[in-house]
Write a protein that binds this ligand. Structure first.
Ligand code: FAD
Length: 391
């Protein structure tokens, strides 16, 4: 996988495209959350606006967004609805990663994203291994005429209700032992079953159902890569995944902050004879939230803008560290926003309780808090890089 030199500022036209979608997303967010409904109308608008093609290379009809553009645009989009932003992120970052690392294998699909509104969803998490994606319990069995038969269970399959294509991983027995294999498959009519509808604390509009893959026959042209290239793509392509995940939660926290910073000056406490914005505690909390958000944004953008570390293990660690710091900060800011708004922020008439529920998902998305810190520690101690993954 090649890393072209990276710009240091996100492209404004891509961020502006996201910003234009925000008001409509924000208006629908509470309704989706209330009904545990997938954000179909949001997807209609994102496809129509060309937003779902931002990470497709420009010469194939997209906007050629890099990872930095993606992070900046997605944090802006998430200010409208973090759940919609997470659902489309599984598509956008997957498209960017595939275009950068496996373009020769996936070019027809990339064109479909730009011209037909094709949408990708990725299934790597499994009940047996959680977010430790280098281990796959799902099996791919070679078929006599070529291709594979895939069986297994995939959990948290974000964007399934809208997906036209599936990015799937499994393990295949080769001469070298059990190896990972990656597939890009048009949504099949048979062989994939929803095991349980998505009912969750937050991120309710993401349609992250659990799926059973039952003897799904996959033709050879749908194989993206086998063995080492699959494993290494998760490391060298991690500037697409972990920072873009984090950008969603940064956007959620910005929305919570804005709600408080815009709303409290309009509220007056007659018992105190003051506007809430005049209270020193409120002023200090708003200042602290701003400081933390600015620090998280700077950390995240700097991480994704810097040239990748030539050591893929160190590169992965830096991306994971930036994601963890951002997601932790976002959760803290959402918690502070609720506390600063007071009891009325707890009501479902406003966005704060939803944003706080959504923000909790940041620390649950991979890599986990423990895995990230242990990985970073091992890199610094010189004990990382054992074959087989970040154990
Ligand atoms: C809103 C949402 C959407 C998601 N969407 C997708 C999706 O589209 N596709 C997809 O494939 N997955 C998705 N995921 C799933 C996610 O990737 C994780 O796999 C999932 O959270 C795993 O949960 P788990 O309970 O199995 O265990 P885990 O979250 O893996 O972990 C359980 C515990 O073990 C610890 N732990 C786990 N691994 C390690 C390690 N290597 N080192 C140290 N400690 C470790 C954790 O810190 C934690 O304490 C999504 C998750 C969420 C919350």
């Amino acid at each position: 996988m090649q890393h072209p030199s990276r710009p240091t500022e996100p492209r404004q036209e891509i961020v502006d495209l996201a910003a234009g979608l925000v008001p409509a997303l924000a208006a629908r967010a509470a309704g989706y959350d209330e009904a545990d409904a997938f954000c179909h109308e949001d997807f209609d608008e994102m496809v129509a606006a060309g937003y779902t093609a931002i990470t497709v290379p420009a010469e194939l009809g997209g906007m050629g967004a890099g990872a930095l553009d993606l992070v900046a645009a997605q944090s802006r989009l998430a200010e409208g609805n973090p759940a919609t932003a997470l659902a489309v992120n599984m598509h956008l970052h997957g498209v960017g990663l595939l275009a950068e690392g496996f373009r020769d294998r996936v070019e027809p699909f990339l064109k479909q994203v730009a011209t037909e509104g094709a949408i990708l969803a990725g299934g790597f998490s499994e009940p047996q291994s959680g977010g430790n994606w280098w281990y796959q319990a799902s099996t791919a069995t070679p078929l006599p005429g070529g291709g594979y038969r895939l069986s297994g269970t995939k959990t948290f399959f974000t964007g399934w209700p809208r997906a036209t294509h599936l990015f799937l991983s499994a393990a295949v027995e080769t001469e070298d032992g059990r190896e990972p294999i990656g597939f890009l498959v048009p949504r099949p009519e048979r062989g994939v079953r929803v095991l349980g509808d998505w009912k969750a604390m937050g991120m309710r509009a993401t349609g992250s159902h659990a799926l059973a893959i039952d003897d799904l026959e996959i033709p050879p042209e749908c194989v993206v890569a086998v063995g080492f290239p699959v494993a290494v793509s998760f490391l060298v392509g991690s500037h697409w995944s972990w920072p873009s995940f984090a950008s969603i939660f940064l956007g959620a926290a910005e929305a919570a902050f804005r709600h408080v910073a815009d709303g409290l000056p309009k509220r007056r406490n007659e018992g105190l004879g003051q506007s809430l914005a005049e209270l020193p505690g409120v002023q200090q909390a708003v200042g602290e939230m701003r400081m933390r958000l600015d620090a998280a944004r700077a950390t995240l953008l700097a991480a994704v803008a810097r040239p990748p570390d030539p050591d893929p293990v160190a590169h992965y660690g830096r991306m994971a560290g930036a994601k963890l710091f951002t997601c932790q900060t976002a959760l803290e800011v959402c918690t502070m926003a609720l506390r600063t708004a007071g009891g009325s922020g707890y009501l479902r008439t406003g966005p704060l309780e939803r944003l706080l529920r959504d923000a909790n998902a940041g620390l649950l998305l991979p890599p986990s808090h423990d895995a990230t810190l242990q990985w970073l520690g091992r890199v610094e101690l010189g004990t990382a890089g054992a074959p087989g993954g970040p154990r």
